[in-house]
Design a protein around this ligand. Structure first.
Ligand code: ADP
Ligand code: MG
Ligand code: MG
Ligand code: MG
Length: 394
């Protein structure tokens, strides 16, 4: 839709604005795939967001991707809103013909990556994100819901095309000298030696790819980087779950951790004042540790409150299950750290480091930590363990 089409669409199809509303519309999307429109009534100030998925990616007509992703996103937001109230925008409607959904306008929040690059702090983030993670991951699993209901959800959230993007961009291409990779020249030699020439890493990433494709454990967000999080001091909202599907629960947790690490590495190369820098790095370290520790604590509590599957109450099963999630979280953090440096989709935290030598150093830190998270994942369990991988890599 054009901006004018969206205004007509809102007037004809939606019962949200007053009859005499004076609607203005602007396309505000910044992603690779979709169009995001903000519609505002100039009289009342009331506003909504309309997100539309086209049959091709926004950045290239040659890149076809099913608009069914807008159904997945709408359904995921609705379910996540029930399981984790207050942590996602409310969805007002989904239109399978136009492949668009209407949701709350969150313009009073800021995209978390942008905020972290300005070195802002969000003391409630770890608490908020871990509630979202525990509620959406545990409460969609076979430990809690009826197994037939769960299989119906697996079916509803079957998302082959977006899963294939992840399989290629996260699990495959970064780990060999693939043409589609986008390597910073100053880092290429390091990547060749440390990543592409490491046969152990090739084996472990292959195992992890098969886990991603086969382990239908929990309904994942599937793209939980800091660009999918809207934040302000007292509120955290998770958007953009178009990659949602049933996969290994640790995937979402690992992505959050890796993106905190990108913010850490950015801060360590861009904040000039030593005291300010130390303070901010300390804050990110604490947040990484808190995400793991609070996830663990809330998960164990929610398990005791919600578990329905009889066999899962066997002694030590809960601990075994949690450990496997944390192991997968470590792996997912490692994969995200590698793929955002080597693969086609970069993060601004790193690309905005202007000095070439600093950027190359920053990239090597991410890759070193990434590789450790993957190879040592069986021994990475606590908040301190996650932080230590980072500290040993700098
Ligand atoms: P994509 O799937 O294309 O990445 P996103 O859902 O991430 O799309 O949205 C792209 C951008 O649009 C966001 O970074 C944000 O700036 C804006 N946006 C998306 N959803 C909302 C919303 N509910 N309220 C306000 N702005 C939004
Ligand atoms: Mg985006
Ligand atoms: Mg998206
Ligand atoms: Mg997005």
């Amino acid at each position: 839709m054009t901006e004018q089409d969206v205004i007509e669409y809102v007037q004809k199809k939606l019962d949200i604005f007053e009859q005499n509303a004076e609607l203005e519309c602007r396309e505000i999307g910044d992603g690779n795939l979709n169009y995001v429109f903000r519609v505002v009534d100039q009289n009342s100030g009331q506003s909504v967001i309309i997100k539309q998925a086209g049959p091709v990616a926004r950045i290239s007509d040659a890149f076809k991707v099913s608009p069914d992703r807008n159904r997945i996103e709408s359904e995921a937001l609705k379910l996540q809103g029930e399981l984790a109230p207050g942590f996602v925008p409310k969805v007002y409607s989904y239109d399978p013909i136009m492949n668009c959904c209407v949701m709350d306008d969150l313009s009073d929040h800021e995209i978390m990556r942008t905020a972290l690059l300005k070195h802002k702090k969000f003391p409630l983030f770890a608490d908020h994100i871990t509630t979202f993670l525990v509620n959406t991951l545990l409460l969609t699993s076979d430990a809690v819901i009826d197994h037939k209901e769960k299989k119906a959800l697996v079916q509803k959230f079957t998302n082959p095309e977006l899963c294939e993007i992840t399989e290629d961009l996260v699990y495959t291409e970064p780990f060999y000298d693939c043409e589609q990779n986008d390597v910073f020249p100053e880092t290429r030699e390091f990547i060749r030696e440390e990543i592409w020439n490491d046969s152990k890493l090739a084996l472990e990433t292959a195992k992890l790819k098969f886990d991603f494709m086969t382990k239908a454990q929990s309904l994942l967000h599937g793209d939980l980087h800091t660009g999918s999080i809207f934040i302000k001091e007292d509120s955290t909202k998770i958007i953009d779950p178009e990659f949602a599907f049933y996969g290994p629960a640790g995937f979402d947790i690992g992505n959050v951790i890796a993106n905190l690490i990108f913010a850490y590495v950015n801060a360590s190369f861009t904040i000039e004042d030593q005291e300010t820098k130390e303070d901010y790095l300390q804050y990110i370290q604490q947040t990484i540790s808190d995400v793991i520790e609070l996830f663990t604590k809330k998960f164990l509590h929610a398990w005791d409150e919600n578990i329905k599957e009889r066999t899962a109450s066997a002694p030590s099963f809960k601990e075994w299950y949690l450990n496997s999630i944390l192991e997968d979280a470590s792996a997912a953090a490692g994969l995200e750290l590698c793929r955002r440096i080597i693969g086609i989709a970069h993060v601004k935290d790193i690309t905005s480091i202007e000095n070439k030598e600093s950027r190359a150093l920053a990239e090597k830190i991410c890759l070193t930590a990434g590789k450790t998270f993957i190879l040592e994942r069986a021994n990475i369990r606590t908040g301190d363990d996650f932080v230590n991988v980072l500290l040993q890599s700098v």
